[in-house]
Design a protein around this ligand. Structure first.
Ligand SMILES: O=c1ccn([C@@H]2O[C@H](COP(=O)(O)O)[C@@H](O)[C@H]2O)c(=O)[nH]1
Length: 224
């Protein structure tokens, strides 16, 4: 079984990102690059990180009208990402067009409800019901739109898996026992998420901000 851990490289310096990826690459399965990285380093940064030799997950969380998102997807074709995110709340037509515009080897997954939000935060955005219900609702929409899967927290992944058996489930908000949650509110351990059906485990600060990132990556790997 391949390593499901994608390391979130939310680092401002390209050199630091390269160095960290090089250090832990034998103990992770891929690299996740987000908006911060893309805005700072663009396509050049993605190509540089691709040379590490691991699959690239472009977590751009695209959210716009269908035409704009489809064109953005076409523009990132050349980077050959293994995974790209769009916001599921962008609607069915947007997700359909995003998937149609993506490269055939790129999995397009829909972000349902950010793992930094709890039920109260969600209510304040005007959405009624729990984060759990909202994730299931958006997962159904993403599946109907033909996406490959969704992003959700480890607290929902089992329920989503039960309703979408062959979906591809990306789970961030992971914290090894005893580590700080920071801004993440719907948190589980990497092992729990794996057992409950996660396909990809997104882990950032527990490795990147650890005193010894290699030891942290090894420790996480040993629990899976
Ligand atoms: O709902 C979401 C969607 C994406 N993320 C991203 O995952 C990583 C998590 O980093 P940690 O340091 O392990 O908290 C980060 O890049 C987020 O942008 C998420 O956390 N939640």
């Amino acid at each position: 079984m391949s390593n499901p851990v994608y390391l979130a490289l939310d680092l401002p310096q390209l050199r630091d990102a390269q160095e960290l990826a090089g250090k832990v690459k034998a103990h992770i399965g891929g690299i996740k690059l987000g908006l911060e990285f893309f805005c700072a380093h663009g396509a050049h940064g993605i190509h540089t990180m691709a040379s590490v030799g691991l699959p690239i997950f472009l977590d751009l969380k695209l959210h716009d009208i269908p035409n704009t998102v489809a064109r953005a997807m076409q523009a990132i074709h050349v980077l050959e990402p293994a995974i790209v995110t769009v916001h599921a709340s962008g609607g069915r037509a947007m997700m359909e067009d995003a998937k149609a515009a993506a490269g055939e080897h790129t999995r397009v997954v829909g972000v349902t409800t950010l793992t930094s939000l709890d039920d109260r935060d969600l209510e304040r955005t005007g959405v009624s019901g729990s984060t759990h219900d909202q994730v299931l609702r958006l997962a159904e929409l993403a599946q109907a739109a033909g996406l490959d899967g969704i992003v959700c927290s480890g607290q929902e992944v089992k329920s989503v898996h039960d309703q979408w058996h062959d979906g591809f489930f990306v789970v961030p908000g992971l914290r090894p026992a005893g580590t700080a949650s920071g801004d993440q509110k719907r948190v589980v351990t990497p092992r729990q998420a794996r057992d409950d059906g996660a396909s990809v485990l997104v882990i950032g600060r527990p490795i990147s901000r650890a005193e010894n990132p290699l030891a942290a990556a090894l420790e996480i790997e040993s629990t899976l």
